[in-house]
Design a protein around this ligand. Sequence first.
Ligand code: RIB
Length: 328
Amino acid sequence: MSVTIKDVAEKAGVSPATVSRVIGSRGYVSDKNRRKIQAAIRELGYQPNVLARSMVTKSTCIIGLVVTDILNPFFAHLARGVEKVTWQEGFTLILANTDEDPDRETAVVRTLQAQQVDGLILVPSTSLPSPHLSELVDRKVPLVLVDRSVRNLAVDTVMVDNEHGAYQAVSYLVQKGHSQVGVILDNPEISTNIERLAGYRRALEEAGIPYREDLIRSCQYTEQSAHDIAAEMIARADPPSAIFTTNNFMTLGALNAIIERGMKIPEQIAIVGFDDLELPWMGPAQISTVRQPVHEMGNVAAQRLLARIRGDQSPALEIRLKTRFSTE
Ligand code: RIB
């Protein structure tokens, strides 16, 4: 026979309603009664029935976190930033990956909806209008976007100043005397790449350097794909003297292609990236890069979602955190 709230209440000498307030982390309970209830829960081995409670409170205390690839350190740190906040507030996460695939994202969102999550934090796999996300908004399911935005979707969105970060990175290369700067990006449809490419273009325009389409290359979001693109770029008869890579996997792929070719950084080819480098690679560790406050992005996204779950009806916010360009 499983232990019930009534058993805990009798053991602690309080009412079942008081026990329920402690379990649901809501309402006032004196420290003395809270301690007696927690002792009774431990002694009796009480386990709250989440499903039964959700029927009463209409809340599962579960949040869906949808990223593109948790094996990417960027998204692992993002998830840790989200969970630091949600766990403290009594919520559990269900994590899902979309592999940068909008169809997979649709299936994941629909599955999480069926699990009755109280809300979702999502890294969009495209910036194009997404019916499955508009449907969440129409159904008033709390949704916060993080890292990237989606057109025509009025929900809280937590990002960084991608355009300014890219502008700083490419301006640094121009100041070092580079006028032929290649750029390697993955999915050109996601807002981070759209904004970082805009920063690249602004840096060239302000320096009076012509924009060359042949120096702009996009690929799959894998290190190998970036490696192949970079290998082709540096093997040209007229190669760029510098490369801007728009995220961690692009940087790692390009670095490995450069090291494979036996080229010296920065003497023979300069490279500036976006994101911290945390995956092992063969060459020197000193790479100039644009660092993102990833953990803070996760914290802020979680705080915004909890506010929406608790009834905040204010207009949607676009929150931009600052990047930091660091030269090694
Ligand atoms: O690979 C992670 C990168 O893609 C980060 O720059 C993040 O902004 C995402 O867009």
